[in-house]
Ligand binder design. Structure first.
Ligand SMILES: Cc1ncc(COP(=O)(O)O)c(C=O)c1O
Length: 320
């Protein structure tokens, strides 16, 4: 949606930002260069048009899909084409085939689950990510993106009021975040007991206990399964009526096994934030690692009104 009548081109010419008028963008040759209109560019233009149509129509459309499984399988199950298809046709066909089968999660009338919604600058930057086709895992393969990752991590720590010394990693979602953070916990807790899981694996390692509330998101147990800790390692303690973990109950159960305490910052149904100060005290008594699931609620820290809910979360560093 080019509704600003101008787009700031981040490509800096002699240190200045170049401002492109909207009409320039709609003139095909001005953006791509004379005679450089290739099939690939046509496909991109088709995608842009379809994307804008989709976004413009979001609020008027019904939220759930209107087309069922059988119909969708028929549309997509045509097998591979014998002949090549023009790129822009591929895009048009794709759009036709998904018609009625999309969930309108970007709509302002969509309130289910915790998904959907994006800022227009983020969406546009996401397109550039595909066009740039970088491998920013290491600096050598994409210096600019490696530094961008560094910078955005710092911004996030700033806006979420996380300690400056915190490390960060971008993952695909909270499930992957659990796996990543609990892998670090596993490494540290077993390492403290003289067992290097990186070289020895889990064989012969002391059993880790994951203590959490009964309202804990199921992805924590899944992460335990993926990490070889097993779902039996997860002990679900009762929660109070307001959804907070009953830390008295946890305290009575603590023992000297390597322990991970999983807390919630914004439980999915109740919005509960656990008592981070008290949890930190308990964890320190037994050298436990504390992991906070902030899938939804971490953003409270960005709000003057709700920041207090996160009090104590900054204490959730690694023990030792
Ligand atoms: C509290 C909580 N934790 C974890 C998850 C899992 O997140 P994801 O779907 O990004 O893996 C969710 C998803 O809604 C959640 O609400």
């Amino acid at each position: 949606m080019i509704d600003e009548h101008r787009v700031i081109d981040e490509q800096r010419v002699a240190g200045e930002r170049r401002v492109i008028d909207e009409h320039e963008l709609t003139d095909e040759n001005s953006v791509t260069g004379e005679n450089s209109v290739t099939d690939e560019h046509n496909a991109l233009r088709r995608a842009l048009k379809h994307a804008i149509d989709h976004l413009d129509g979001l609020d008027a459309r019904q939220i759930p899909a209107s087309v069922g499984l059988t119909e969708l399988r028929q549309r997509f199950g045509t097998g591979l084409a014998e002949e090549g298809i023009a790129p822009e046709q591929v895009i048009d066909d794709l759009v036709a085939d998904v018609e009625g089968g999309l969930f309108m999660s970007g709509s302002s009338r969509f309130f289910a689950w915790a998904m959907g919604g994006v800022l227009s600058a983020s969406l546009a930057a996401d397109w550039l990510t595909s066009a740039w086709d970088q491998c920013p895992g290491i600096y050598a393969t994409s210096p600019a993106l490696a530094v961008m990752e560094e910078a955005t991590g710092e911004w996030l720590k700033d806006v979420l009021c996380l300690p400056k010394h915190a490390s960060f990693a971008f993952v695909t979602g909270c499930q992957a975040a659990h796996v990543t953070a609990l892998a670090a916990a596993r490494q540290k807790l077993l390492g403290d007991r003289g067992h290097d899981v990186g070289t020895l694996g889990l064989s012969g390692a002391p059993r880790i206990t994951i203590r959490t509330g009964e309202l804990c998101h199921e992805t924590v147990a899944r992460a335990a399964r993926l990490l070889g800790l097993g779902t039996n390692a997860v002990v679900a303690h009762p929660c109070h009526e307001n959804g907070k973990l009953d830390l008295d109950h946890v305290e009575r159960s603590l023992d000297d096994s390597p322990t991970i305490l999983v807390l919630q910052a914004g439980e999915f149904n109740t919005g509960a934030y656990d008592d981070f100060h008290r949890a930190r005290e308990l964890a320190d008594k037994v050298g436990a690692w504390v992991h906070v699931d902030g899938a939804l609620g971490l953003w409270a820290a960005a709000s003057d009104k709700y920041r207090h809910l996160m009090d104590g979360c900054e204490l959730m560093g690694i023990n030792g």
